[in-house]
Design a protein around this ligand. Structure first.
Ligand code: SF4
Length: 314
């Protein structure tokens, strides 16, 4: 495709010019232009956010309202104004959240001690939480890299096979618990990194805070951490790599033991299954893909570990 240095306004003076666009094509062209602006300016702002910000602008609203009835020449003029308007918004992001949902699509929030009140008042259901344990391999949402947690974290769940928060509505741009969203969601600001930096100095929520005073639960959590540590699992997978699969039974043994531990206690203590990931964290079996494998159940009830071709190994 030939390239041109013309501005998008001039470059559009072709058969596919703004004069022939319907509303959908107008919005698509505007989104493309915003993406281009963001790349050129190396801006952190998501295009979706800019588009929502632009939607609040009187120029945009007026253009959209009148687009259908405009002549071709009027559309060209209106498109030019929109481009100027978009440039202005890209330079001057409004200092508030326009609920574009972009942060929520990248990952769910990690909770801080201050969020405990939201949990205690049932603003956020317990079964929508998951514990990431010390030493657990986690994938960075931005860099697609696996790293190991130095300390425990409690997070809101993410949707299955996605990174986005479970509370992001079906339309993808509205938080279902917006009035009661956790501290991190209130602090993160795509137009300013400072509040999130400040927030990282605040104490994080742990299971010790949640189950304070429930000694039996704290003892079981400590016992599970001791017997089913990620240090052991990491070592077992390293050994598996080193001996080219010879020690597979040791890895399967650890997975089986961890599964047994959590399900046995859940049954004995009548812990609802959907609370298990808060109490004991994610299961070893569920994390196997992070080590480049997946668990395949066999008809006789045993399980097999096979290399996971669909998942990049750590
Ligand atoms: S709790 Fe709401 S604001 Fe926070 S990440 Fe989830 S959807 Fe977004």
């Amino acid at each position: 495709m030939p390239t041109t240095n013309d501005s998008p306004c001039n470059a559009m003076a072709t058969p596919a010019s703004p004069g022939t666009w319907n509303q959908e094509q107008l919005l698509q062209s505007l989104t493309d232009h915003l993406n281009q602006l963001i790349t050129e300016k190396s801006s952190r702002l998501p295009a979706n956010r800019l588009l929502l910000q632009l939607r609040q602008d009187a120029t945009f609203q007026d253009t959209l309202k009148r687009w259908r009835t405009m002549s071709s020449t009027e559309r060209l003029g209106a498109w030019k104004n929109l481009l100027e308007c978009a440039g202005k918004h890209a330079r001057e992001a409004l200092p508030y959240c326009v609920r574009c949902g972009d942060c929520c699509r990248q990952s769910s929030p990690t909770l801080h001690l201050e969020d405990l009140e939201l949990l205690q008042h049932n603003r956020i259901p317990w079964n929508q939480l998951v514990t990431l344990r010390r030493g657990e391999p986690v994938r960075s949402p931005l860099e697609e890299q696996v790293f190991y947690l130095l300390d425990e974290r409690i997070k809101i769940r993410e949707k299955p096979d996605a990174q986005e928060c479970v509370f992001l509505g079906e339309e993808g741009d509205s938080c279902l618990i917006y009035e009661d969203r956790p501290l991190q969601c209130r602090a993160q600001a795509c137009w300013d990194e400072e509040p999130a930096r400040e927030l990282s100095k605040q104490p994080y929520l742990t299971r010790r805070d949640i189950f304070q005073g429930v000694e039996l639960m704290l003892e079981l959590i400590a016992e599970h951490d001791r017997r089913c540590s990620f240090d052991q699992l990491n070592e077992a997978f390293l050994q598996l790599q080193a001996d080219h699969g010879e020690s597979i039974d040791a890895v399967l043994g650890l997975l089986q033991y961890e599964d047994h531990f959590r399900h046995f206690l859940a049954e004995q203590l009548k812990i609802p299954t959907d609370n298990l990931e808060l109490i004991f964290g994610r299961s070893h079996s569920g994390l196997v893909p992070l080590f480049g494998f997946r668990v395949v159940p066999e008809p006789d009830g045993t399980r097999r570990l096979v290399p996971d071709e669909t998942n990049e190994k750590r």
